[in-house]
Ligand binder design. Structure first.
Ligand SMILES: CC(=O)SCCNC(=O)CCNC(=O)[C@H](O)C(C)(C)COP(=O)(O)OP(=O)(O)OC[C@H]1O[C@@H](n2cnc3c(N)ncnc32)[C@H](O)[C@@H]1OP(=O)(O)O
Ligand SMILES: CC(C)C(=O)C(=O)O
Length: 590
C-alpha cells in the first residue's frame, strides 16, 4: 500500500532575515529557576486605564474635551480606580481637561488620576499645577533608558540617563511639596521607557536610584512601571524580565510593580498575563487595545480572560456593546468584528459543525439549569465553541448562530428554535437545511432569521402566507368536524377541503383522527402513509398554539409536512396537507 504523507514543501523565502537579530542575543537573560510558569492568577491585578493618554495620543483625531469626558465617565462607570487622564504639559486641551475633571468634581473619592510627564522641569511644573485640588493624584515620570535611545535620541551615557530620572523625581517631589495642598494624596510612578530593551542591571540601577529619592515605605508606595514600549519578544521573555526585576528590586513590599505592554507582535495579552504570573501587581492598558501603533494591551480581553477562569475582573463588562459604542464614538475608530469578547461576530457561528455543537450545548445547558431550579450559576459554563456565556456581556443568544452556505442543519434548527420556538425533528432539519442551502448558494449571502422563516413558511406553510395559497398548493384545509367522538381507537371525520377550485366534503373513519384524515384523502386518490409524527406546544395559556410535523410517503415520495394551529389535531391535519401539497408540487415539476 502506498502511504501518503504530509511532507512540507516549504522553501526559504526572499524575506530579509539577516537584517534582524534574535532578541535574546542582544538582551540575554539568565533565570533558570524562574517560578512564573507554574503560577496561577487567582485575583485581578490593579488596573490602570491609559485610554485618555496612551490611547488618545495614538488617535488620528485626538479626543476633544466632550469625548474625553465621555470616556472618563465610561471608565468610572466600569469601575476603574486608576486612570491616566493625559499629558497635561503637552497641550492646553490636556491641561484644561484635567482642570475640568477636578473643578467639576467628576473624580470619585476612590479614584486616582495620574498625569504623565517627561523629566523636564517646565513640564513637571505644569503637570503638577494641573493636579492642584485633586483628592488622589499621581505624577508619572518617564525617560528612555534603552541603549538605542541613549545613543540616538538622548546622546547620553548610563550616568546621565540615570541622572535624568533622579533629577526629575527630585523635581516632582520638591514642586509637589510646594504647590499641592495637604488634602491631596499624592503618589509617584516612574517608568524606564523601553524597559524591555534596557539592560536589566541598568533598569534596576535607575529604578533603585529613583526609589532612593522617593523613599518608598509603609503608606508611601512607589509605582515602578516596566513598559514593553515596543513589544519585541515572546511573552515568556517579558515574564522572565519581570520576575527578575521583582526578585531584585529592594523595598519590594512598598513597590507596586506595574507593566505596560504594547501589542507589536500581537501577544500583549499573553505578555501581561505572564507578567502577572511573574510578580506584576498592576497592568496598564486600554479598552479594545487602543494605543500607539498596534495598541496597548486590551483591558477588556484581560478582564474577560479572568472571568472565563472564574476570577472576578473587578470591572463591569456586562454591557459590552455599550462599552464598544462609547469607545468607538470617543476614538472615532471601529472595533474589529472579530475583536475578542466585544466584536460583532465573536459569538457567532456560521459553520455547520460549530452550529450543531452549540445548539446541542445550549439545549443541554437549558435542561441542566432547569434541573437546578433555574440557577444559572449552579451550572458551570460548558458550551462547545463558546468560551464565555454571551449573556454575561449583555449579548443575546439570537446572534450566536447565523446561517450561510457553510451552515448545516444544526444552525438552521437552532435559529428555528431560538427565534420561532419550533423544535424540528432531525430528518426535517436535514430536509430544510438542504432547501436553505440552495437559497444561500443562489443568493451567495447570509440567511437571516427572518429570511429563514420566509423560506420555511413558503415551503411548508403555504396557506399561512399573506398571499394565501402558493400556486403549487393544491389543497387547503377549510375545516374538519369530528362527527363521532374520538375514543382513542376510532374517529369519524368530516373534512372540508378546498381542492384547487373545487370544494370537497369528505367523510371517513379510522383508527384515530390522523388515520381517518388519511382515509378521507385516499377517497380523492391521494395515498398518504404516515412514517413519523412529532408535535409540541408553542406557547401556554388560552391561545396556546401547537406545531405538528409529519413525515409521510405520498404517492411514492417521502417528505415532511408542517402544521401550526391552536388545536394539536388540526395542526397534524395541516401537516399532512403540507406534505401532500409539496408532493403534488414536486410531482408536477417532473
Ligand atoms: C512611550 C510614550 O508613549 S511616551 C509619551 C509620549 N507622548 C507624547 O509625546 C505626547 C505629548 N508630547 C508632546 O506634546 C511634546 O513631545 C512635548 C510638549 C511634551 C514636548 O515637546 P518639545 O519640547 O517640542 O519636544 P519634542 O516633542 O520634540 O521632544 C523631544 C525632546 O525631548 C527630549 N525628551 C524626550 N523624552 C524625554 C523625557 N522623558 N525626559 C526628558 N526629555 C525627554 C528629547 O531628548 C528631545 O530633546 P532635544 O530636543 O534636546 O533633542
Ligand atoms: C510612558 C510609558 C509608560 C509608555 O507609554 C510606554 O513606554 O509605552
Amino acid at each position: 500500500m502506498k502511504t501518503v504523507g504530509t511532507k512540507s514543501q516549504q522553501q526559504a523565502s526572499p524575506m530579509p532575515t539577516a537584517k534582524y537579530r534574535p532578541f535574546l542575543d542582544v538582551n540575554p537573560i539568565e533565570l533558570p529557576d524562574r517560578t512564573w510558569p507554574t503560577m496561577r492568577i487567582t485575583k485581578a491585578p490593579r488596573w490602570l486605564s491609559t485610554d485618555l493618554r496612551d490611547g488618545n495620543q495614538a488617535l488620528i483625531e485626538p479626543m476633544d474635551p466632550a469625548r474625553k469626558r465621555q470616556m472618563f465617565d465610561l471608565l468610572i462607570e466600569l469601575g476603574y480606580k486608576e486612570i491616566e487622564v493625559g499629558f497635561p504639559a503637552a497641550s492646553a486641551t490636556d491641561y484644561d481637561f484635567v482642570r475640568h475633571l477636578i473643578e467639576d468634581n467628576a473624580i470619585p473619592d476612590d479614584v486616582t488620576i495620574s498625569a504623565l510627564t517627561q523629566s523636564r522641569e517646565d513640564l513637571i511644573h505644569r503637570t503638577i499645577d494641573s493636579l492642584q485640588g485633586a483628592k488622589n493624584a499621581t505624577v508619572h515620570l518617564y525617560n528612555a533608558t534603552a541603549p538605542t535611545f541613549r545613543d540616538i535620541v538622548f546622546r547620553a551615557d548610563r550616568d546621565a540617563t540615570r541622572e535624568l530620572a533622579v533629577s526629575g523625581t527630585r523635581e516632582v517631589l520638591a514642586y509637589a511639596e510646594k504647590v499641592l495642598d495637604d488634602d491631596t494624596i499624592f503618589g509617584y510612578q516612574y517608568s524606564p521607557e523601553i524597559f524591555v530593551d534596557t539592560e536589566l542591571d541598568f533598569a534596576l540601577e535607575v529604578c533603585e536610584a529613583v526609589m532612593d529619592v522617593w523613599q518608598p515605605d509603609a503608606g508611601r508606595e512607589i509605582i515602578i512601571n516596566l513598559p514593553a514600549t515596543v513589544e519585541r519578544t515572546t511573552p515568556n521573555v517579558y515574564a522572565d524580565q519581570i520576575e527578575w526585576m521583582s526578585r531584585n528590586l529592594s523595598r519590594r513590599e512598598f513597590v507596586c510593580l506595574s507593566v505596560h505592554p504594547h501589542n507589536d507582535r500581537g501577544t500583549a495579552v499573553a505578555s501581561a498575563e505572564l507578567a502577572v504570573m511573574a510578580g506584576a501587581d498592576r497592568i496598564e492598558g486600554c479598552l479594545f487595545g487602543q494605543g500607539e501603533r498596534t495598541g496597548n494591551v486590551d483591558l477588556l480581553t484581560l478582564g474577560m480572560n479572568l472571568l472565563s477562569q472564574g476570577v472576578d475582573p473587578e470591572i463591569d463588562f456586562s454591557h459590552v456593546d455599550h462599552i464598544r459604542r462609547v469607545v468607538e464614538q470617543c476614538t472615532r475608530m471601529d472595533v474589529h468584528p472579530r475583536h475578542p469578547y466585544g466584536g460583532d461576530l465573536v459569538y457567532t457561528a456560521f459553520s455547520g459543525s460549530h452550529q450543531d455543537a452549540i445548539g446541542k450545548g445550549m439545549a443541554r445547558r437549558e435542561r441542566d439549569v432547569a434541573a437546578a431550579s433555574g440557577d444559572e450559576t449552579a451550572v458551570p459554563w460548558d458550551v462547545p465553541y463558546l468560551p464565555v456565556d454571551p449573556h454575561d456581556l449583555g449579548r443575546t443568544y439570537e446572534a450566536i448562530v447565523r446561517v450561510n452556505s457553510q451552515s448545516g442543519k444544526g444552525g438552521v434548527a437552532y435559529l428555528m428554535s431560538s427565534t420561532r420556538h419550533l423544535e424540528l425533528p432531525r430528518r426535517l432539519q436535514i430536509e430544510l437545511s438542504q432547501i436553505v442551502q440552495r437559497h444561500s448558494e443562489a443568493g451567495g449571502g447570509e440567511i437571516t432569521a427572518e429570511s429563514l422563516w420566509q423560506i420555511f413558511a413558503d415551503e411548508y406553510l403555504p396557506a399561512a402566507t399573506a398571499k394565501g395559497l402558493k400556486p403549487w398548493g393544491r389543497f387547503a384545509l377549510r375545516g374538519t368536524t369530528v362527527t363521532t367522538a374520538d375514543d382513542g381507537e376510532h374517529a369519524t371525520l368530516t373534512v372540508n377541503l378546498k381542492d384547487g377550485r373545487a370544494d370537497r366534503v369528505l367523510a371517513a373513519t379510522g383508527n384515530g383522527p390522523i388515520d381517518a384524515f388519511v382515509g378521507a384523502l385516499s377517497q380523492i386518490g391521494i395515498e398518504v402513509h404516515v412514517l413519523d409524527f412529532a408535535e409540541h406546544a408553542l406557547s401556554t395559556g388560552g391561545d396556546a398554539t401547537a406545531a405538528a410535523y409529519i413525515e409521510a410517503e405520498v404517492d411514492g415520495q417521502v417528505l415532511w409536512g408542517v402544521g401550526i394551529d391552536p388545536s394539536i389535531t388540526t395542526a397534524s391535519f395541516k401537516a399532512i396537507i403540507s406534505a401532500v401539497n409539496r408532493a403534488v408540487r414536486d410531482a408536477s415539476l417532473h
